[in-house]
Design a protein around this ligand. Structure first.
Ligand SMILES: [Zn+2]
Length: 83
């Protein structure tokens, strides 16, 4: 659904606009999922080590509730809200 649509395709103008909108939404969703996978792979690599569950910025343990809600997060809430 994110592949380019050729101009010679026999779809109407409204359909083409829908396609462009849907393509943007799908691409954004793919990026979001890829980011989540990358975050989860980070934690898989830390399984069984002292670094598991600790913020990569400050080294403090990440709140369990945060890890349950945003398991891909590598930052504690304090560091995640800092620029
Ligand atoms: Zn932190």
């Amino acid at each position: 659904m994110t592949q380019p649509q050729g101009l010679d395709s026999a779809i109407g103008r409204v359909s083409r606009m829908d396609y462009i909108n849907n393509k943007s939404i799908n691409e954004a969703q793919i990026l979001k999922i890829q980011k989540k996978i990358k975050g989860l792979q980070h934690w898989l690599g830390k399984l069984g080590t002292a670094a598991f569950g600790k913020c990569i910025r400050c080294g403090e343990p990440i709140n369990h509730n945060r890890l349950l809600l945003v398991p891909e997060s590598a930052h504690c809430i304090r560091c995640a809200s800092r620029p």
